[in-house]
Design a protein around this ligand. Structure first.
Ligand SMILES: Cc1ncc(COP(=O)(O)O)c(C=O)c1O
Length: 395
Protein backbone atom coordinates (compact mmCIF):
# COMPACT_ATOMS: atom_id res chain seq x y z
CA UNK A 1 0.00 0.00 0.00
CA UNK A 2 2.83 2.54 0.50
CA UNK A 3 4.25 3.99 -2.72
CA UNK A 4 7.10 2.25 -4.59
CA UNK A 5 9.29 5.19 -3.52
CA UNK A 6 8.84 4.16 0.12
CA UNK A 7 11.69 1.72 -0.49
CA UNK A 8 14.02 4.69 0.04
CA UNK A 9 12.80 5.13 3.63
CA UNK A 10 13.13 2.81 6.62
CA UNK A 11 9.70 3.65 7.97
CA UNK A 12 7.90 0.67 9.53
CA UNK A 13 6.43 -1.11 6.49
CA UNK A 14 2.98 -1.74 8.01
CA UNK A 15 2.63 1.70 9.55
CA UNK A 16 0.53 4.30 7.70
CA UNK A 17 2.73 7.31 8.32
CA UNK A 18 0.74 10.46 7.55
CA UNK A 19 2.72 12.90 9.67
CA UNK A 20 5.78 13.99 7.75
CA UNK A 21 4.92 17.51 8.91
CA UNK A 22 5.96 17.16 12.54
CA UNK A 23 9.55 15.92 12.31
CA UNK A 24 10.12 14.87 8.69
CA UNK A 25 11.57 11.44 7.91
CA UNK A 26 14.98 10.72 6.35
CA UNK A 27 15.56 8.43 3.40
CA UNK A 28 18.23 5.77 4.00
CA UNK A 29 20.82 7.52 1.82
CA UNK A 30 20.54 10.60 4.03
CA UNK A 31 21.18 8.60 7.18
CA UNK A 32 24.16 6.92 5.48
CA UNK A 33 25.54 10.28 4.40
CA UNK A 34 25.24 11.70 7.91
CA UNK A 35 26.96 8.61 9.36
CA UNK A 36 29.80 9.05 6.87
CA UNK A 37 30.41 12.56 8.21
CA UNK A 38 30.14 11.41 11.80
CA UNK A 39 32.77 8.76 11.13
CA UNK A 40 35.03 11.29 9.48
CA UNK A 41 34.57 13.62 12.47
CA UNK A 42 35.45 10.90 14.97
CA UNK A 43 38.41 9.56 12.98
CA UNK A 44 40.37 12.79 13.62
CA UNK A 45 38.31 15.34 15.55
CA UNK A 46 40.90 18.13 15.64
CA UNK A 47 41.59 18.00 11.91
CA UNK A 48 37.86 17.78 11.25
CA UNK A 49 36.86 20.85 13.30
CA UNK A 50 39.92 23.02 12.72
CA UNK A 51 40.81 22.25 9.10
CA UNK A 52 37.85 20.66 7.35
CA UNK A 53 34.77 22.18 8.98
CA UNK A 54 34.98 25.73 7.52
CA UNK A 55 34.94 24.45 3.94
CA UNK A 56 32.25 21.85 4.67
CA UNK A 57 29.89 24.41 6.19
CA UNK A 58 30.65 26.88 3.41
CA UNK A 59 29.73 24.22 0.86
CA UNK A 60 26.48 23.47 2.74
CA UNK A 61 25.57 27.17 2.73
CA UNK A 62 26.41 27.50 -0.96
CA UNK A 63 24.22 24.58 -1.94
CA UNK A 64 21.37 25.91 0.18
CA UNK A 65 21.81 29.40 -1.29
CA UNK A 66 21.60 27.96 -4.79
CA UNK A 67 18.37 26.18 -3.87
CA UNK A 68 16.91 29.31 -2.25
CA UNK A 69 18.11 31.92 -4.77
CA UNK A 70 20.05 34.01 -2.28
CA UNK A 71 23.62 34.73 -1.26
CA UNK A 72 25.34 32.11 0.89
CA UNK A 73 26.82 35.01 2.88
CA UNK A 74 23.34 35.85 4.19
CA UNK A 75 22.69 32.35 5.55
CA UNK A 76 23.43 31.07 9.03
CA UNK A 77 23.11 27.39 9.88
CA UNK A 78 20.96 26.85 12.98
CA UNK A 79 19.61 23.60 14.46
CA UNK A 80 15.89 24.32 14.04
CA UNK A 81 13.29 26.97 13.25
CA UNK A 82 12.58 27.58 16.95
CA UNK A 83 16.21 28.64 17.32
CA UNK A 84 15.97 30.75 14.17
CA UNK A 85 12.92 32.61 15.50
CA UNK A 86 14.48 33.05 18.95
CA UNK A 87 17.73 34.29 17.44
CA UNK A 88 15.95 37.15 15.70
CA UNK A 89 13.53 38.02 18.49
CA UNK A 90 16.15 37.98 21.22
CA UNK A 91 18.58 40.08 19.17
CA UNK A 92 16.15 42.89 18.36
CA UNK A 93 15.66 45.92 20.56
CA UNK A 94 12.05 46.93 21.29
CA UNK A 95 10.49 49.78 23.27
CA UNK A 96 7.26 50.16 25.22
CA UNK A 97 5.70 51.87 22.20
CA UNK A 98 6.35 48.95 19.85
CA UNK A 99 3.83 46.41 18.63
CA UNK A 100 4.61 42.94 17.35
CA UNK A 101 1.97 41.55 15.00
CA UNK A 102 1.23 37.83 14.80
CA UNK A 103 -1.68 35.78 13.44
CA UNK A 104 -3.43 33.47 15.91
CA UNK A 105 -2.43 30.43 13.82
CA UNK A 106 1.26 30.84 14.75
CA UNK A 107 3.18 27.86 16.13
CA UNK A 108 2.88 27.99 19.91
CA UNK A 109 6.62 27.64 20.63
CA UNK A 110 7.36 30.66 18.44
CA UNK A 111 4.43 32.56 19.89
CA UNK A 112 5.90 31.88 23.34
CA UNK A 113 9.18 33.43 22.18
CA UNK A 114 7.31 36.56 21.03
CA UNK A 115 5.48 36.84 24.36
CA UNK A 116 8.72 36.35 26.29
CA UNK A 117 10.56 39.07 24.38
CA UNK A 118 7.61 41.48 24.36
CA UNK A 119 7.28 41.16 28.14
CA UNK A 120 10.98 41.81 28.63
CA UNK A 121 10.84 45.08 26.68
CA UNK A 122 7.31 46.11 27.64
CA UNK A 123 6.21 45.89 24.00
CA UNK A 124 2.67 44.88 22.96
CA UNK A 125 1.77 41.71 21.09
CA UNK A 126 -1.15 42.19 18.70
CA UNK A 127 -2.79 38.90 17.80
CA UNK A 128 -4.71 38.81 14.54
CA UNK A 129 -7.59 36.30 14.47
CA UNK A 130 -7.66 34.45 11.15
CA UNK A 131 -10.89 32.55 10.39
CA UNK A 132 -10.92 28.82 9.77
CA UNK A 133 -12.54 27.68 7.50
CA UNK A 134 -11.32 30.47 5.26
CA UNK A 135 -12.46 31.65 1.83
CA UNK A 136 -9.08 32.66 0.43
CA UNK A 137 -5.71 34.39 0.88
CA UNK A 138 -7.11 37.91 0.46
CA UNK A 139 -8.90 37.55 3.82
CA UNK A 140 -5.54 37.00 5.53
CA UNK A 141 -3.99 39.97 3.73
CA UNK A 142 -6.87 42.29 4.67
CA UNK A 143 -6.93 41.22 8.33
CA UNK A 144 -3.17 41.48 8.75
CA UNK A 145 -2.90 44.88 7.07
CA UNK A 146 -5.85 46.27 9.03
CA UNK A 147 -4.20 45.25 12.29
CA UNK A 148 -0.93 47.09 11.50
CA UNK A 149 -0.45 50.56 13.00
CA UNK A 150 2.37 53.10 12.96
CA UNK A 151 3.60 51.34 16.11
CA UNK A 152 4.03 47.95 14.40
CA UNK A 153 7.72 47.15 14.40
CA UNK A 154 7.79 43.47 13.50
CA UNK A 155 5.38 40.95 12.05
CA UNK A 156 5.84 37.19 12.27
CA UNK A 157 4.17 35.26 9.46
CA UNK A 158 4.21 31.54 8.70
CA UNK A 159 4.75 30.20 5.22
CA UNK A 160 2.40 27.36 6.17
CA UNK A 161 0.60 27.34 9.52
CA UNK A 162 1.12 24.36 11.77
CA UNK A 163 -2.26 23.81 13.47
CA UNK A 164 -4.41 24.73 10.46
CA UNK A 165 -2.11 23.73 7.59
CA UNK A 166 -2.77 26.95 5.64
CA UNK A 167 -0.37 28.16 2.99
CA UNK A 168 -0.28 31.83 3.85
CA UNK A 169 0.00 34.61 1.23
CA UNK A 170 3.43 35.28 2.69
CA UNK A 171 4.92 36.70 -0.51
CA UNK A 172 2.29 39.47 -0.74
CA UNK A 173 2.34 40.12 3.02
CA UNK A 174 6.13 40.36 3.08
CA UNK A 175 6.16 42.82 0.22
CA UNK A 176 3.39 44.97 1.74
CA UNK A 177 4.86 45.08 5.26
CA UNK A 178 8.49 45.59 4.23
CA UNK A 179 7.39 48.43 1.92
CA UNK A 180 5.84 50.12 4.98
CA UNK A 181 9.12 49.75 6.89
CA UNK A 182 7.77 46.92 9.08
CA UNK A 183 10.24 44.06 9.45
CA UNK A 184 9.00 40.59 8.52
CA UNK A 185 10.15 37.49 10.36
CA UNK A 186 9.06 34.57 8.22
CA UNK A 187 8.55 31.32 10.10
CA UNK A 188 9.16 28.96 7.19
CA UNK A 189 9.47 25.85 9.36
CA UNK A 190 7.32 24.25 6.64
CA UNK A 191 9.22 25.90 3.84
CA UNK A 192 12.28 24.58 2.07
CA UNK A 193 11.40 21.47 0.05
CA UNK A 194 7.66 22.10 0.50
CA UNK A 195 7.11 25.31 -1.43
CA UNK A 196 9.35 27.14 -3.89
CA UNK A 197 11.33 29.86 -2.08
CA UNK A 198 13.24 32.68 -3.75
CA UNK A 199 14.65 34.60 -0.80
CA UNK A 200 16.26 37.52 -2.63
CA UNK A 201 13.05 38.21 -4.51
CA UNK A 202 10.97 37.76 -1.35
CA UNK A 203 12.87 40.49 0.47
CA UNK A 204 11.92 39.55 4.05
CA UNK A 205 14.20 40.88 6.77
CA UNK A 206 14.45 37.44 8.40
CA UNK A 207 13.57 33.92 7.23
CA UNK A 208 14.09 30.69 9.09
CA UNK A 209 13.28 27.23 7.73
CA UNK A 210 13.74 23.63 8.77
CA UNK A 211 15.70 21.37 6.46
CA UNK A 212 14.71 18.37 8.59
CA UNK A 213 11.06 18.60 7.55
CA UNK A 214 10.37 18.78 3.80
CA UNK A 215 13.95 18.69 2.53
CA UNK A 216 14.25 15.29 4.30
CA UNK A 217 17.61 16.32 5.82
CA UNK A 218 18.90 14.96 9.14
CA UNK A 219 17.25 16.21 12.35
CA UNK A 220 18.74 19.42 13.71
CA UNK A 221 19.34 21.13 10.36
CA UNK A 222 17.78 24.51 9.63
CA UNK A 223 18.87 27.92 8.39
CA UNK A 224 18.35 31.54 9.24
CA UNK A 225 18.50 34.02 6.37
CA UNK A 226 19.17 37.60 7.43
CA UNK A 227 18.97 40.32 4.81
CA UNK A 228 22.34 41.99 4.45
CA UNK A 229 21.20 45.39 5.78
CA UNK A 230 19.86 43.74 8.95
CA UNK A 231 22.85 41.57 9.80
CA UNK A 232 24.45 44.08 12.16
CA UNK A 233 21.41 43.72 14.45
CA UNK A 234 21.38 39.92 14.73
CA UNK A 235 23.62 37.74 16.89
CA UNK A 236 23.46 34.03 17.62
CA UNK A 237 21.86 32.93 20.90
CA UNK A 238 25.31 31.67 21.88
CA UNK A 239 28.08 34.27 21.94
CA UNK A 240 31.40 32.59 21.18
CA UNK A 241 34.86 33.21 19.67
CA UNK A 242 33.46 35.01 16.62
CA UNK A 243 32.42 37.97 18.74
CA UNK A 244 36.00 39.21 18.96
CA UNK A 245 37.78 37.51 16.01
CA UNK A 246 39.69 40.03 13.90
CA UNK A 247 37.35 40.75 11.00
CA UNK A 248 39.77 40.12 8.12
CA UNK A 249 37.83 39.93 4.85
CA UNK A 250 34.69 38.47 6.38
CA UNK A 251 31.74 39.93 8.30
CA UNK A 252 30.93 39.84 12.01
CA UNK A 253 27.71 38.01 11.07
CA UNK A 254 29.76 35.22 9.47
CA UNK A 255 32.24 35.02 12.33
CA UNK A 256 29.57 34.90 14.99
CA UNK A 257 27.29 32.35 13.31
CA UNK A 258 29.96 30.06 11.89
CA UNK A 259 31.10 28.89 15.33
CA UNK A 260 28.74 28.65 18.31
CA UNK A 261 30.64 25.94 20.19
CA UNK A 262 31.41 22.28 19.61
CA UNK A 263 28.47 20.29 18.25
CA UNK A 264 27.63 17.51 15.82
CA UNK A 265 27.69 19.23 12.42
CA UNK A 266 27.21 16.01 10.40
CA UNK A 267 23.61 16.94 9.49
CA UNK A 268 24.72 20.18 7.86
CA UNK A 269 27.61 18.42 6.10
CA UNK A 270 25.04 16.06 4.57
CA UNK A 271 22.96 18.88 3.01
CA UNK A 272 24.62 18.89 -0.46
CA UNK A 273 23.98 15.16 -0.83
CA UNK A 274 20.43 15.48 0.55
CA UNK A 275 19.48 18.03 -2.10
CA UNK A 276 21.09 16.15 -5.01
CA UNK A 277 19.96 12.71 -3.82
CA UNK A 278 16.31 13.78 -3.52
CA UNK A 279 16.58 15.48 -6.91
CA UNK A 280 17.66 12.14 -8.40
CA UNK A 281 14.95 10.11 -6.64
CA UNK A 282 12.20 11.05 -9.07
CA UNK A 283 12.13 12.29 -12.66
CA UNK A 284 11.73 16.05 -12.64
CA UNK A 285 13.56 16.37 -9.33
CA UNK A 286 12.48 18.90 -6.71
CA UNK A 287 9.78 20.54 -8.86
CA UNK A 288 8.10 17.16 -9.23
CA UNK A 289 8.46 16.35 -5.52
CA UNK A 290 6.78 19.61 -4.52
CA UNK A 291 4.00 19.18 -7.09
CA UNK A 292 3.49 15.49 -6.25
CA UNK A 293 3.13 16.18 -2.53
CA UNK A 294 0.87 19.17 -3.14
CA UNK A 295 -1.51 17.16 -5.34
CA UNK A 296 -1.50 14.18 -3.01
CA UNK A 297 -2.36 16.39 -0.01
CA UNK A 298 -5.33 17.85 -1.91
CA UNK A 299 -6.46 14.45 -3.16
CA UNK A 300 -6.14 12.93 0.33
CA UNK A 301 -8.03 15.83 1.88
CA UNK A 302 -10.84 15.62 -0.70
CA UNK A 303 -11.18 11.90 -0.19
CA UNK A 304 -11.49 12.29 3.60
CA UNK A 305 -13.99 15.14 3.18
CA UNK A 306 -16.12 13.04 0.83
CA UNK A 307 -16.04 9.99 3.10
CA UNK A 308 -16.97 12.02 6.19
CA UNK A 309 -19.44 14.28 4.39
CA UNK A 310 -17.64 17.52 5.28
CA UNK A 311 -16.54 20.58 3.32
CA UNK A 312 -12.89 21.43 2.61
CA UNK A 313 -12.01 24.35 4.93
CA UNK A 314 -9.94 26.34 2.41
CA UNK A 315 -9.36 26.66 -1.32
CA UNK A 316 -6.72 24.44 -2.94
CA UNK A 317 -4.48 27.48 -3.35
CA UNK A 318 -4.06 27.56 0.45
CA UNK A 319 -2.74 24.00 0.60
CA UNK A 320 0.91 23.02 0.22
CA UNK A 321 1.69 19.46 1.40
CA UNK A 322 -0.28 19.38 4.66
CA UNK A 323 -3.99 19.83 5.22
CA UNK A 324 -6.04 20.30 8.38
CA UNK A 325 -9.70 19.31 8.70
CA UNK A 326 -12.19 19.93 11.45
CA UNK A 327 -13.70 16.57 12.37
CA UNK A 328 -17.47 16.21 12.51
CA UNK A 329 -19.39 14.68 15.38
CA UNK A 330 -19.33 15.17 19.10
CA UNK A 331 -16.81 17.84 20.11
CA UNK A 332 -14.54 17.45 23.06
CA UNK A 333 -14.21 20.17 25.70
CA UNK A 334 -11.57 22.74 24.81
CA UNK A 335 -9.38 21.83 27.82
CA UNK A 336 -8.29 18.78 25.85
CA UNK A 337 -5.84 21.08 23.98
CA UNK A 338 -3.12 20.28 26.50
CA UNK A 339 -3.87 16.57 26.64
CA UNK A 340 -3.41 13.91 23.99
CA UNK A 341 -6.62 13.27 22.06
CA UNK A 342 -7.78 9.67 22.58
CA UNK A 343 -8.63 9.45 18.87
CA UNK A 344 -4.93 9.74 18.06
CA UNK A 345 -4.21 6.73 20.21
CA UNK A 346 -7.09 4.73 18.69
CA UNK A 347 -5.91 5.48 15.14
CA UNK A 348 -2.39 4.50 16.15
CA UNK A 349 -3.02 1.31 18.08
CA UNK A 350 -6.10 -0.06 16.31
CA UNK A 351 -5.40 1.02 12.70
CA UNK A 352 -1.62 1.51 12.77
CA UNK A 353 -1.98 5.09 11.47
CA UNK A 354 0.28 7.93 12.60
CA UNK A 355 -1.63 11.19 12.15
CA UNK A 356 -1.97 14.16 14.53
CA UNK A 357 -5.34 14.96 16.13
CA UNK A 358 -5.74 18.08 18.27
CA UNK A 359 -8.20 20.67 19.43
CA UNK A 360 -8.35 24.26 18.30
CA UNK A 361 -10.25 27.13 19.88
CA UNK A 362 -11.71 28.93 16.90
CA UNK A 363 -14.05 27.38 16.03
CA UNK A 364 -13.66 25.12 19.04
CA UNK A 365 -13.33 21.58 17.87
CA UNK A 366 -11.27 18.57 17.05
CA UNK A 367 -8.87 18.78 14.14
CA UNK A 368 -6.80 16.33 12.14
CA UNK A 369 -3.81 17.19 9.95
CA UNK A 370 -2.61 15.00 7.10
CA UNK A 371 0.78 15.22 5.40
CA UNK A 372 1.77 14.01 1.94
CA UNK A 373 5.25 12.80 1.06
CA UNK A 374 6.68 10.63 -1.74
CA UNK A 375 6.27 7.45 0.34
CA UNK A 376 2.49 7.97 0.77
CA UNK A 377 -0.33 6.78 -1.49
CA UNK A 378 -3.98 7.77 -1.85
CA UNK A 379 -5.05 4.35 -0.49
CA UNK A 380 -3.54 5.29 2.87
CA UNK A 381 -5.88 8.28 3.19
CA UNK A 382 -8.81 6.00 2.34
CA UNK A 383 -7.88 3.71 5.23
CA UNK A 384 -7.75 6.77 7.48
CA UNK A 385 -11.07 8.08 6.16
CA UNK A 386 -12.81 4.73 6.75
CA UNK A 387 -11.34 4.48 10.25
CA UNK A 388 -12.54 8.00 11.07
CA UNK A 389 -16.00 7.29 9.71
CA UNK A 390 -16.32 4.27 11.96
CA UNK A 391 -14.77 5.80 15.10
CA UNK A 392 -16.79 9.01 14.80
CA UNK A 393 -20.03 7.00 14.41
CA UNK A 394 -20.76 8.45 10.97
CA UNK A 395 -21.66 5.06 9.40
C1 LIG B 1 5.14 26.76 11.88
C2 LIG B 1 6.18 26.12 12.71
N1 LIG B 1 7.14 26.87 13.29
C3 LIG B 1 8.11 26.36 14.03
C4 LIG B 1 8.19 25.00 14.24
C5 LIG B 1 9.29 24.48 15.11
O1 LIG B 1 10.14 23.60 14.43
P1 LIG B 1 11.38 23.01 15.25
O2 LIG B 1 10.81 22.20 16.37
O3 LIG B 1 12.11 22.17 14.26
O4 LIG B 1 12.16 24.15 15.75
C6 LIG B 1 7.22 24.15 13.69
C7 LIG B 1 7.27 22.71 13.93
O5 LIG B 1 6.43 21.95 13.55
C8 LIG B 1 6.19 24.72 12.90
O6 LIG B 1 5.25 23.98 12.34
Amino acid sequence: MPSPLSKHWSLEPTRIFLNHGSFGACPDFVIAEQRKWQEQMESEPVRFFEDEMPMLLKKAREVLADFLSCSSEDLALVPNATTGVNTVLRSLVFSEDDEILVPDHAYQACRNAIDFVAKRWGATVVTVPIPFPIDGPQTVIDLMLNAATEKTKLVMIDTVTSPTGLRMPFEELTQLFEARGIEVLLDAAHGIGMIPLNLDELGASYVTSNCHKWLCAPKGTAFLHVRQDKQHKIQPLTISHGHTFPLGTTTRFRHEFDWTGTQDISGWCALPKVISGMEDMIEGGWDTIIQHNHHLAIEGRNLICKTLGIEAPCPDSMIACISTLQLPGEQLPFEIMHEPDPLHEILSSKYNIQVPVWSWPSPAGRYLRISAQLYNTIEQYQVLADALKYELNLE
